[in-house]
Design a binder for this molecule. Structure first.
Ligand SMILES: *[C@@H]1O[C@H](CO)[C@@H](O)[C@H](O)[C@H]1NC(C)=O
Ligand SMILES: *[C@@H]1O[C@H](CO)[C@@H](O)[C@H](O)[C@H]1NC(C)=O
Ligand SMILES: *[C@@H]1O[C@H](CO)[C@@H](O)[C@H](O)[C@H]1NC(C)=O
Ligand SMILES: *[C@@H]1O[C@H](CO)[C@@H](O)[C@H](O)[C@H]1NC(C)=O
Ligand SMILES: *[C@@H]1O[C@H](CO)[C@@H](O)[C@H](O)[C@H]1NC(C)=O
Length: 950
């Protein structure tokens, strides 16, 4: 194929017009009522979602039920009612359920009943065949204990019924015995016209939030569209705390004690930040880390002492000692932070030990010491044996202070971080790679910024089977919750005692309550305390599983299983079996674990390599789950994905590029003047108002953008070659790079039929957008842009229910829910065929074909910024949904008008001729186009295409 022909294909990509409603499939399904009913009794939230659906077709069809629930919650009930008959999900031991229903499992039907989506939600999805003109009612219940963070509780409710609902109701009732101090309703669903559908009623101890949007209102929020509601309602509140000894409630033989004093002075901190600056932190991550650190430093109190350690394969110190947070020291530390650069490998062991030593050398009476580790990867340098690192760290810390681990992104071995922090009385938190990562980092710091008590012991003489009663630190804004059973239910009083160390002195809080006091708990919620106890006990037993071994581990696991079964919680140890009306049809729902996949045979297995085999070309068998097939004879170490074994045996597969990306000296690329071209183009219509500073070129003897024309791929490709010169002292190139110009919008080119000139339109950044969706082939592609930056920084593609591709500027990940694959940009070309899809990765481009849709994603570099650009190569003839789904095919220039005008979809549209870069090819040539408003092209508002989740 010659180049011209190929370009024709590339250009002929938007050949569709938009007319009919894209949501065809749902036409014969009517969700006539959708209720969400949430009751919060003393922070324990029970939410029931009820969806009533009619099949309006004259034949039977499959009807789907899909809802999103908080990750922290346990599902405790699922029921379908069809033609008067009920079908209840039954919670069973996982193994038993799997065996009993192995057929269903092996058919893959269980694959996706519950899936993890985004940061906070899980997706529950099932379907059932319903007879002609019949109805089905789905009912799902889940339960969670709301956690107090930064002085508030958050109840998150997601609503996305996928169509307009005649009777939509959300009822939230919050009852707090000590009174509600404030309550706020936020979230996407409280934006726009929808805000009018929310009613909040407050009494002293109760609050009701109702949300009854009319059909019309259901389309009118920031993230809602023609498919109705789509988004979250976030209710935040806090309770009154008149009694510093805490709030105790007793009911039906159980008690719960909420302890959150705030009348205590702040304890000065000794805090050491250990920051990963290895090569994988390159780009946005390191920028966000710098930003967060600068803000955190500003928040330190003057009597805090602090230290800063950065590490790659070497450990660097700001100062060898902890120093007081004086203005001068902070100013000095901030200069250090601004100079943090990414480079090298990851020596976690040496860095953490250095941090421990720094704190140990700096004992201060009456202070709280805290160690915070931020890393985005596995240990790859120095001591790399995880067991060894953990025992080193544990020995060095010796229970004296907590270690908090922040895992940045998904490349980290989060199990390792979790275990290491739990062993040292801290917690691990995941920092999601996103535009707000700096805020996440800062938010975490804020939670531990104000220690009020240390060495807290809670005692309950009349209680048994207690949840955790010993805590190292208590921070302002958080809350300690202990629950248990009452030993003797006939006693009339119940005593609590808390012993702790406050700023330099021992404190004791002792309280006695009368158990025969009339309870404020309404009778229908009477068993909530028992369930709360069970919920907390199971959570804590499961958490402890990583810390203990042998008989103790088995015993605790058994206990957690027993409770999960008794209370019908879907936990990591249990499965919910859903039997359907159709003979033999069974589904099994499992709770997904973050960053891990259930242990089942992967549908797409990696080839088993014999020892010493040559590396797989370009394939990085990087896997962050556990279901990876093992090399014959090479058992995986416990708790670790076995792929780590590959890296030793096959150098070059994952050892090299998976942790360490070549640094790209884009700042030094000879910059052509066509960057200025965009600016002039932007004048026409809110385009690129940003100024493009010129960047010093010629710092490197660089080939620059290499235009390649190899036989296999005739597209011009801008590549940074393997042979790219590594220049010593290259960091300085980065240091002098000019700030990336601020971009206000992305300009997309549309191809038009015949000889007409191209059209283009601008889409502002940032946005999470639906780029293309085809309901018939169950394909969707969404992209996220970032404030001030060009292109997209993450693109997600979903195909059928189980294929998911996530592409960002560093990697490409594929999962089918069971196996995971990861590729890196600029790795060797590779090709994968899975069922009716194929992925073909070139250095800076991936081509994806799924069914009859064919797209490619290019990785571009510009002014030291990297971004993604999606290109639709082929799509079916029918109109699709998304900003690329509704392109124009033809227009006419209206002659004789004063401002250039086009006749487009029967409207006269004013336009101007602009020039822009065509990022649909790697060489990004400058082209001219008629700039038209987005709405003129799609006949829709941009907000219609906004999505909340990629
Ligand atoms: C929610 O639950 C309460 C108590 O069970 C009930 O009175 C109310 O009618 C329910 N609301 C809806 C919309 O189902
Ligand atoms: C359903 O209705 C359509 C026309 O409305 C008809 O063509 C079709 O045969 C009907 N199907 C059944 C199963 O009755
Ligand atoms: C703890 O937080 C509360 C508000 O949540 C604040 O009023 C109080 O001053 C804080 N205590 C300290 C010691 O900072
Ligand atoms: C509670 O503790 C008692 C002993 O104190 C024990 O026999 C019982 O099994 C425990 N119950 C649960 C549910 O753990
Ligand atoms: C606090 O109590 C511990 C023992 O419980 C004791 O060793 C320590 O000296 C006490 N500290 C103060 C400041 O009273």
């Amino acid at each position: 194929m010659d180049r011209a022909a190929l370009q024709l294909i590339l250009l002929g990509i938007f050949l569709i017009s938009a007319t009919s409603d894209p949501v065809k499939k749902k036409e014969n399904v009517d969700i006539y009522s959708f209720y969400i009913n949430s009751t919060v009794t003393s922070r324990y939230a029970t939410t029931v979602i009820t969806s009533r659906v009619a099949n309006t077709l004259n034949e039977s069809q499959e009807i789907q039920f899909e809802v999103k629930i908080p990750k922290n919650a346990f599902i405790s009930k699922f029921r379908m009612t069809i033609e008067g008959k009920t079908y209840d999900g039954i919670v069973k031991e996982k193994e038993e359920a799997q065996q009993q229903y192995s057929q269903a499992v092996s058919r893959g039907q269980s694959a996706g009943l519950i899936k993890s989506v985004g940061r906070t939600l899980e997706d529950f999805k099932t379907s059932v065949t319903v007879a002609a003109f019949s109805k089905v009612t789905f009912e799902l219940t889940y339960e969670e204990l709301l956690k107090r963070r930064l002085g508030k509780y958050e109840l998150l409710i997601n609503a996305q019924p996928m169509q307009l609902v005649a009777d939509f109701k959300m009822d939230v009732h919050i009852q707090e015995k000590t009174g509600i101090s404030f309550l706020e309703v936020k979230g996407d669903l409280s934006t726009g016209d929808l805000a009018n559908a929310i009613k909040t009623t407050r009494a002293d101890k109760d609050a009701w939030v109702t949300f009854y949007p009319t059909r019309d209102q259901q389309t009118k929020c920031k993230s809602c569209g023609e498919n109705g509601l789509n988004g979250d309602l976030l209710i935040t509140y806090d309770v009154e705390r008149k009694n510093p000894k805490g709030e105790v409630m007793v009911s039906n033989g159980y008690f719960v004690h909420y302890f959150a004093p705030s009348d205590v002075p702040r304890i000065p901190k000794n805090v050491v930040f250990i920051i990963d600056q290895s090569g994988s932190m390159h780009g946005r991550k390191i920028e966000q880390t710098r930003l967060a650190l600068l803000r955190i430093l500003s928040d330190l109190d003057e009597d805090d002492h602090f230290g800063l350690i950065t590490f790659d394969s070497e450990v660097s110190f700001w100062k060898r000692e902890l120093l007081r947070a004086t203005e001068r020291n902070l100013g000095n530390a901030k200069s250090f932070v601004k100079e943090i650069r990414d480079r090298g490998a990851t020596d976690i062991n040496a860095a953490v030990l250095a941090g421990v030593e720094m704190i140990n050398r700096h004992p201060r009476e009456g202070t709280a010491s805290i160690l915070i580790l931020l890393t985005d990867g596995d240990p790859t340098s120095g001591e790399t044996n995880i067991q060894k690192i953990m025992s080193n760290v544990k020995e060095a810390i010796g229970t004296k202070f907590p270690l908090y681990c922040l895992g940045f992104g998904y490349d980290v071995n989060f199990d390792f971080l979790t275990k290491m922090s739990l062993e040292n009385s801290g917690v691990a938190r995941r920092i999601y790679e996103d535009s707000d990562a700096d805020l996440q980092l800062q938010g975490f710091y804020d939670e531990v910024a104000v220690p009020l008590l240390t060495d807290i012991q809670l005692k309950y003489p009349g209680g048994t089977n207690l949840t955790k009663t010993s805590f190292g630190l208590y921070f302002n804004g958080s809350e300690i919750v202990v629950s248990g059973q009452i030993t003797d239910n006939s006693v009339e009083s119940f005593t609590t005692e808390v012993i702790a160390v406050s700023k330099g002195s021992n404190v004791t809080y002792r309280d006695t309550i009368m158990t025969k006091d009339p309870s404020d708990v309404p009778p229908e919620n009477e068993d909530f305390m028992q369930r709360l106890w069970a919920y907390l006990t199971v959570k804590q037993l499961l958490e402890r599983q990583v810390l203990i071994t042998g008989d103790e581990k088995e015993a605790q696991k058994k206990e957690a299983l027993k409770l999960s079964l008794k209370y019908q919680f879907v936990t990591p140890l249990t499965s919910m079996v859903v039997t359907k009306p159709q003979e033999g049809e069974v589904e099994v729902a499992d709770k997904p674990k973050e960053g891990e996949v259930p242990h089942r045979p992967p549908i797409m297995s990696l080839p088993s390599l014999p020892r010493g085999a040559p590396p797989l070309p370009g394939l990085s068998p990087y896997n962050y789950g556990l279901s990876q097939p093992r090399l014959p004879g090479v058992p995986g170490p416990p708790g670790r994905p076995s792929f780590h074994r590959y890296s030793g045996a096959y150098p070059g597969i994952s050892g090299g590029f998976s942790r360490y990306r070549p640094t790209i000296y884009s700042a030094a690329l000879p910059v052509t003047n066509d960057d200025d071209v965009e600016e002039s183009g932007g004048q026409a219509q809110g385009g690129f108002a940003g100024h493009h500073p010129h960047i010093h070129s010629a710092a490197l003897p660089v080939p620059g953008l290499v235009v390649k024309n190899d036989g296999a791929d005739q597209v011009s490709t801008a590549v940074v070659d393997d042979e790219w010169p590594t220049v010593p002292g290259s960091e300085t190139v980065h240091a002098t790079a000019m700030p990336v110009p601020t971009v206000h919008s992305n300009r997309f080119l549309l191809s038009v039929d015949g000889q007409s000139k191209p059209l283009c339109f601008d889409v502002p950044v940032p946005y999470k957008l639906r780029l293309l969706r085809d309901l018939t082939s169950e394909f969707s592609m969404n992209g996220e842009s970032v404030p001030g930056r060009k292109g997209f920084h993450e693109i997600a593609i979903h195909y059928k229910t189980n294929h998911h591709l996530t592409i960002n500027t560093s990697s490409i990940r594929y999962t089918d829910g069971q196996s995971h694959l990861k590729f890196l940009w600029r790795q060797r070309p590779t090709q994968h065929n899975i069922e009716d899809m194929s992925l073909s990765l070139r250095r800076n481009k991936i081509e994806i074909s799924m069914g009859n849709i064919h797209v490619s994603i290019l990785l571009h570099m510009k002014n030291d910024d990297e971004f993604l650009w999606p290109v639709v190569l082929k799509q079916p003839k029918e109109p699709l949904c998304g900003i690329f789904g509704e392109a124009v095919i033809s227009y006419e220039e209206v002659p004789g008008s004063q401002t250039p005008t086009l006749k487009l979809k029967d409207h006269d549209v004013k336009t101007s001729w602009v020039v822009t870069k065509d990022y649909r090819t790697a060489s990004a040539p400058v082209v001219g186009c008629w700039l038209v408003p987005f709405k003129a092209v799609t006949q829709r508002e941009l907000s219609v295409f906004a999505v909340t989740q990629l």
